[in-house]
Structure formats: C-alpha cells, structure tokens
Design a protein. Structure first.
Length: 200
C-alpha cells in the first residue's frame, strides 16, 4: 500500500488473519468498517468480544454452549443419548440439526485428520470421544465426517479405535458428493444420507 495509512494497514493485516475471509474481500471489509457508523462498528466489536467470553465447548460433545458446561442438545430430555453422530465441526452439526430428522446426540471433533497440515489425533477431540464410548452408554456411532480424503481418513482411524469396543458403527448412505462438506448440502440430501445409513 503506497499511501501512508498505518491504521488501515493494521486493520487489513488483522483481517488477513481471519480464515475464510477471501483476500480479495479484505479491502472491501476494511472499507465497510471505515464508512460504517462508529456505533455500528462498536456494537460489532462488542458482539465478537461477548461471544468469545460467553461461549465455550460443551464438556460432553464439544458443541458450543453459552449456558453452563453442557450444550442444549446434551441437556435435551428428548434426545437419544445412546446414538452419537460424529461430525468434524459445529457448522456440520448445524447442517444436520436443520434437517430436524436426527434425535440423537453429537460429538464434534474439531476438524479432520490432516498430517500435511499438522493435524494429528492429538489436535482433535478423538481421545475424549473414545473415553465417552468406553463409559458404555452408546449403542450406535454414526460417522458423519465429510466425504473428503481427510474426513474418510478420520472415519477409518476412528473405526479402528471403536471396533474393539463392540459398538455398532454406521456411516451416511452414499448421496453426499465426494469432496463435499455437510454444511453446504441441502436438508433433503442430508436426511436421506442419515436415514439410509449403512454399517461401516
Ligand atoms: Zn453437548
């Protein structure tokens, strides 16, 4: 940037650290903040800080919670706590919840195994899941990782850990395109994949 705008350069530098904010959009976002009402920017900053302070991972399933140690799904009396769907992220969980067709509970891994990116088993909540399964309350584990190479590798890794425990393992029926992510799938596709799940 040739102009001397150190504050703007600083803002852009920080925006560039935000994953998923495409680099071509960083300048537009920075411009938005500069032209927006000061109050609106303050409200946004406050909302980010509040979310950061108030929201924590559920102690049981690692879904986000803002009301105590356990999330609303783990606490809901109507949910089948013996059926667990393992997903990579909170947004995958939300994609399944939007179908309103799953009455079990979840386990959020926090991503998928990706050795090239330095994501090994210790970077995910895999051990916590195995500990949860060893407590003996789970009847079926549904592998809801995404049909990407990383998601498939994570599912296979999990299966080797879970098979000795004697818990039924299933995976989504085919129908979700290879390489796709649950968060971008429509409700009907996800519902069908869940209903038609097959043993893994
Ligand atoms: Zn939970």
């Amino acid at each position: 940037m040739s102009q001397s705008l150190p504050s703007l350069q600083k803002l852009i530098r920080h925006l560039q650290k935000v994953p998923y904010l495409a680099s071509k959009n960083v300048y537009r976002v920075a411009s938005y903040f500069l032209t927006a009402e000061a109050d609106a920017v303050a409200v946004l900053c406050q909302a980010i800080l509040e979310a950061k302070q108030n929201i924590i991972p559920c102690k049981e399933c690692f879904n986000w919670t803002e009301s105590g140690d356990h999330c609303a799904i783990c606490m809901a009396p109507g949910r089948d706590k013996a059926m667990l769907c393992v997903v990579e992220t909170w947004h995958d969980l939300m994609a399944i919840e939007k179908t309103a067709g799953f009455a079990g509970c979840y386990h959020v891994l926090g991503g998928a195994l990706n050795p090239l990116e330095g994501v090994g088993p210790d970077k995910l909540t895999l051990e916590a899941l195995v500990t949860r399964l060893k407590q003996g309350h789970i009847r079926e584990l549904i592998l809801g990782t995404n049909p990407t190479p990383e998601g498939e590798a994570t599912a296979s890794y999990l299966a080797t850990k879970v098979h000795p425990l004697g818990i039924a393992i299933s995976k989504f029926a085919s129908g979700i395109p290879t390489g796709a992510s649950l968060e971008f799938m429509d409700k009907i596709t996800i519902s069908k994949a869940l209903l038609g799940r097959v043993p893994f």
